[in-house]
Design a protein around this ligand. Structure first.
Ligand code: FUL
Length: 686
């Protein structure tokens, strides 16, 4: 009997051994898949964008190409400082605006007369691309080039000859400065009415120049083909984000798919065009002294990290050098704090040494075992059998762990597959699994955040997929919980209120521009600020041991007593609240009576913060002292880049003017619509 048992055991072990080692075929790639270069590019995750040029000195977001090239005169350009900053920030490369929409070339191009050569910088002998590409090499960073096809300076723009000229400039930047990892083509175009004329671009020719000179370079545009714009400049990739999309028949710019599609990609899309999130550390893309106190907080940057890198997208974070030609300390300090916050969140992977069980392992083979998910190797993976579209992975920690983040990665060399999953934890008291969070896509990397729970077991349930799931990695973390910064609001009557989402913090604030501390005034209810000023606030708990970041808001005069003369029902345009908006018939002008005369330095327009909203993009602006005789003080001007980056627009008049009434007439909208949207109109008097 004993012998029989031993015999059976030996046979069972032998079969087990045979099954686990047998040569089970790996899954076939599913759908569109990445090229080898796209796979390497995806691993870069985080790199720097640099917007630098005449706009840095003229304080506009879109130069019109008529600026004197002599305005470009940085006193102390230091590309090594940019590279050192990017490196210290944990970034992997730098992409620079070699030529923005004003046509100004940061290198002495032979195909333009609007370049560094015509500027005062280094007596016209400088070359930013040369200095930056060398600095990148020195610091071990990748170097990339942004080139705007839309060119408001070049005399040939709008003629067929321009295509060859653009290809020539592209050839210069791709042959003169060593290896380029990404070629960035901007789809933005001021369109009709703007000095730029209509140009039919020869994209095939442009792409060929890239393929010929830099075959490894990833081509960015709204529609790739290397990687795609993810549809907004807020830093928020789709919660569902496929790296696949249909690009055939589409073009960058007006002929691109809707921003929703760019944001989410398409399951089963025919091309592999992963998302890249481009966003600026400041409100605008170019440096302005007026935004020195508006550098995004670590809390905002961490949110962006989760909505970009954490949602299957690379992050291209813009850090614009200042007028000296260096990165401003406010930005570089923030970048270091951001790096520290990432490291503190993802410093210790709690899964190390923990065993994982899968409900299905491909062919029962150890080659595809769940243990591959935690081996720290990116080229091993767990896979299910063909036809199996749902499976569970159970992590048993065998002790209590507290966690609030989970990171998952698909083995994307074989395509993107998972379309729905959830995370559960074992609730000891309930003696049952409890769903912690649900999500859709994973892709190269997905990070989910949720309030911390303490448990001994975690389960990842893949509930749907386009083909059998193939995952390479799971990591689990306990990120420090930050105290959310307070939010500041001011109403129509000029009353400022400060609020916090967290329970019971104490708020301190200042009105004199200084940083709030525990000895600043304590907030205990709203206070009036009718004439404007700078409010800075901080939330504090635990007797000051835990502090939020400082939040800053600057106000001009409040719209106290203002009324909308026409049209009726547009009061939300002057209610002091930028979260509400007026929708006004396209043919109607917005007329405001301010009830008393003010000396206007300018005015501000806050659009609705969505790329698809029908905001004002061009306008006439009128003033009046009596509400009867009107003077047009701005004629068909443009709110630069308001479609893609719909943030508050400040318009400064040529000289201050006295007015008791103002009138705005839209002449072009950012999107099709019968009504235009106004979140808020304000005055600039300070
Ligand atoms: C946009 C441009 O119009 C902005 O000025 C900026 O360069 C941004 C990155 O792309 O489309």
């Amino acid at each position: 009997m004993k012998n029989t048992q031993t015999y059976l055991l030996v046979i069972a072990l032998a079969i087990g051994f045979f099954v686990s080692c047998k040569n089970v075929e790996p899954p076939q790639p599913y759908g569109a898949i990445a090229t080898e270069h796209q796979l390497k590019w995806q691993e870069l995750e985080y790199y720097m964008f640099i917007h630098f040029g005449p706009n840095t000195f003229t304080d506009v977001e879109w130069g019109d190409g008529k600026e004197d090239p002599k305005v470009f005169n940085p006193t102390n350009v230091d590309c090594r400082q940019w590279a050192a900053t990017a490196k210290a920030a944990g970034m992997k490369g730098i992409i620079i605006t070699a030529k923005h929409h004003d046509g100004f070339c940061l290198w002495p191009s032979n195909y333009s007369t609007h370049t560094v050569r015509e500027s005062l910088w280094k007596d016209g002998k400088g070359d930013i691309l040369k200095e930056l590409s060398e600095a990148c090499k020195e610091y071990g960073l990748k170097f990339g080039v942004y080139l705007s096809p839309w060119d408001q300076n070049h005399p040939a723009y709008g003629t067929p000859e321009y295509n060859q000229i653009f290809a020539n400039t592209l050839n210069e930047v791709l042959t003169g400065y060593g290896e380029v990892f990404e070629q960035w083509f901007d789809g933005a175009n001021g369109g009709a009415g703007h000095p730029g004329k209509e140009q039919i671009y020869d994209w095939d020719m442009f792409h060929d120049v890239v393929y010929k000179n830099q075959p490894q370079a990833i081509i960015f545009s709204d529609v790739g083909p290397g990687c795609r714009w993810m549809g907004n400049e807020r830093g928020v990739a789709g919660e569902t984000n496929w790296s696949t999309m249909d690009i055939e028949g589409f073009e960058p710019g007006a002929k691109a798919p809707s921003t929703d599609i760019l944001n989410m990609g398409q399951p089963n899309g025919k091309a592999w065009v992963p998302a890249e999130t481009d966003v600026s550390i400041r409100p605008g893309w170019f440096y302005s002294p007026s935004t020195d106190d508006k550098v995004k907080t670590v809390e905002q940057l961490m949110d962006i990290y989760y909505t970009s890198v954490g949602r299957n997208s690379n992050l291209l974070l813009n850090v614009p050098p200042d007028r000296t030609g260096r990165i401003h300390p406010n930005d570089s300090i923030r970048l270091m704090e951001f790096r520290k916050a990432i490291e503190e969140s993802f410093g210790q992977n709690l899964i190390e040494g923990v065993s994982v069980d899968a409900t299905n392992v491909r062919g029962g083979s150890s080659s595809y075992a769940a243990a591959n998910l935690t081996d720290g190797k990116s080229d091993t993976y767990w896979a299910a059998d063909d036809g199996v579209l749902s499976a569970s992975l159970t992590l048993d920690f065998k002790k209590d762990i507290a966690f609030n983040r989970i990171m998952l990665q698909e083995y994307i060399a074989l395509g993107q597959r998972v379309s729905e999953f959830n995370i559960e934890y074992w609730d000891q008291e309930k003696n049952d699994w409890v769903v912690l969070t649900k999500a859709t896509t994973i892709g190269y990397k997905r990070i989910l955040r949720f309030p911390a729970v303490t448990t001994t077991k975690v389960r990842v349930n893949i509930t749907n997929a386009l083909a059998c799931p193939v995952l390479s990695n799971i990591e689990i973390y306990k990120a420090p919980e930050q105290l959310t910064a307070p939010s500041i609001k001011r109403d129509k009557e000029g009353l400022v209120t400060i609020q916090c989402v967290n329970n019971d913090p104490v708020i301190y604030y200042t009105l004199d521009g200084t940083e709030p501390t525990l000895s600043s005034p304590k907030y205990n209810g709203g206070f009036p600020l009718p004439d404007g000023g700078i409010v800075k606030a901080i939330a504090v708990v635990d007797n000051g041991n835990k502090k939020s970041e400082v939040v800053v808001l600057s106000y001009d005069i409040a719209p106290i007593g203002w009324i909308v003369l026409s049209p009726s029902g547009a009061e939300k345009a002057i209610d002091g609240d930028t979260q509400t908006y007026a929708a006004i018939d396209k043919n109607q002008l917005l007329v405001i009576d301010m009830k008393k005369a003010h000396l206007l330095k300018g005015f501000s327009y806050t659009p609705v913060g969505r790329t698809e909203a029908a905001n004002i993009s061009r306008y006439n602006f009128y003033i009046s002292e009596d509400g009867k005789t009107w003077t047009k003080v701005v004629n068909n001007a443009i709110f630069n880049n308001v479609k893609n980056n719909p943030i508050k627009q400040d318009v400064i008049l040529d000289k201050p003017l006295k007015a008791g009434y103002i009138k705005i007439e839209p002449t072009e909208l950012t999107n099709k619509g019968d009504k235009y949207l106004v979140a808020e109109i304000g005055l600039i008097t300070r």
